[in-house]
Design a binder for this molecule. Structure first.
Ligand SMILES: Nc1nc2c(ncn2[C@@H]2O[C@H](COP(=O)(O)OP(=O)(O)OP(=O)(O)O)[C@@H](O)[C@H]2O)c(=O)[nH]1
Length: 418
């Protein structure tokens, strides 16, 4: 059974990982302005914003998710996040929290690399001015590569001997080596196929090994950059430099601290704010009947600054978008499972689309059924209007993404979910 996707949040100390994580979750990761505030890997539930199926059928009023929430057709679906302790140059040789950081990373399917674009923290995360964040981008990729390379080089002689004596294919041999990073044969094959003119494994020199590891990393650790602290005055020039040097990188501009502030004001009923947008309304905007509390002068001023420096300039705080980009990299599609395919309700009540889970685009419908229902015998799978769907058919956005599973008589007891 495939496990749930896991997105790792990485970056040097004080780049804003915990703040980013907190802005995406309800978890209480420690936030501090000194390195290594985060000591243990920090698993948390983030919420991915998607278009909910309820809005396709005008049933927004009736939508009440079992997990996460739905507001006017914008649904926030739970997704696992991992905040990993700070990394400093030389971690692959054991400096800082070194290999511990790297070991935590194995479980991640994609990475959000939080980069401090304010230039106010150096490579170790200590306070400075005018630091060039371009250095952090390559350096993190290098540390991950050196770590994998170190692990592989230690055993290279015996790996080659075994490869030759067992007449294994490159994929079989690398699958055995990269299995510890959670890579399956398909992922290893994709990585290998992406390299041109790859010679037989016995002929690989250090350069070829590096090429293979880089290809493997592209597939195992696809990365989205969160260019964080865009509220800082020095951020603009650093962002331009990064985008100019890495035009093909997936990058999103973020101000995690702004998102935290806005969510706090929303929770305290000072503003109306839709996460991921530029829209913030106060009592002054909406009038005395809106139910919002009045803002004092200090808060009003801070909110105006945030609008000018972040929301109106960049369109949002970027935090919601960075998670969406990571989900895009993993090609995740939301699938809604219902008990009644005509009303979209669950077992009881009139609420619709109670369950939604994320699967890779192209996953077979039968495999989705097994993931959700466990090993029960499924008599039939139906889509919208009760149309039969073959277990071999695949899922996509707006295609086979609303499903019901009919369990064969006697198979009900091992159902996992309603
Ligand atoms: N100006 C600004 N400051 C931010 C932003 N995000 C985080 N910070 C500040 O940067 C400092 C470090 O943030 P953390 O989230 O603790 O950083 P971290 O990467 O988790 O740090 P470690 O736990 O040491 O690895 C804190 O003082 C935050 O308030 C942002 O978007 N803008």
């Amino acid at each position: 059974m495939p496990r749930d996707p896991l997105i790792g949040i990485v970056g040097k100390p004080s780049s804003g990982k915990s703040t980013t994580l907190n802005s995406l979750t309800d978890a209480n990761a420690k936030i501090g302005s000194f390195p290594f505030t985060t000591i243990e890997p920090n698993r948390a539930t983030g919420y991915l914003k998607i278009d909910c199926a309820c809005s396709r059928y005008g049933k927004e009023e009736l939508c009440k998710p079992n997990y996460g929430w739905c507001e006017n057709g914008s649904r926030h679906v739970p997704i696992d996040l991992l905040d990993v302790a700070g990394l400093i140059p030389g971690a692959s040789q054991g400096l800082g929290l070194g290999n511990k950081f790297l070991d935590d990373l194995r479980q991640a399917d994609a990475l959000i690399h939080v980069v401090d674009v304010s230039g106010t923290t150096n490579a170790e995360g200590k306070a400075t001015r005018g630091y060039d964040p371009l250095k952090d981008i390559e350096w993190l990729q290098d540390e991950i590569r050196l770590w994998i390379e170190g692990n592989l080089n230690k055993r290279w002689g015996s790996i080659v001997r075994r490869h030759t004596s067992t007449k294994s294919s490159i994929v079989e041999t690398l699958r055995a080596q990269f299995g510890g990073y959670g890579a399956n044969a398909t992922l290893v094959r994709e990585a290998i196929d992406s390299i041109e003119n790859l010679p037989p494994l016995e002929e690989w020199d250090n350069e070829w090994i590096t090429t293979v590891i880089k290809a493997f990393m592209r597939f195992k650790f696809p990365t989205v950059l969160a260019l964080n602290k865009i509220d800082h005055p020095d951020a603009d020039k650093n962002v331009s430099k990064i985008l100019l040097k890495y035009p093909d990188t997936r990058a999103v501009l973020t101000s995690a601290i702004t998102e935290i502030f806005l969510r706090k004001l929303k929770k305290q009923n000072y503003i109306q704010y839709e996460e991921g947008t530029e829209f913030v309304d106060t009592l002054e905007d909406l009038g005395p009947d809106c139910g919002l509390k009045p803002l004092d002068e200090k808060l009003t001023e801070r909110l105006e600054d945030i609008k000018d420096l972040v929301l109106y300039r960049f369109g949002s705080t970027g935090v919601v978008q960075v998670l969406q980009e990571a989900a895009n990299v993993l090609d995740l599609v939301p699938v809604f499972t219902v008990r009644n395919i005509n009303t979209f309700t669950g077992n009881s009540g009139s609420n619709v689309f109670r369950d939604c889970m994320l699967f890779k685009r192209g996953t077979k419908v039968g495999s989705v059924a097994r993931s959700i229902m466990g090993e029960v015998t499924i008599a039939a799978i139906e889509g919208v209007s009760g149309k039969r769907v073959s277990p071999d058919d695949t899922i996509d956005n707006n295609k086979n993404d609303i499903l019901t599973f009919k369990v064969a008589p006697g198979g009900v007891s091992s159902e996992k979910k309603e």
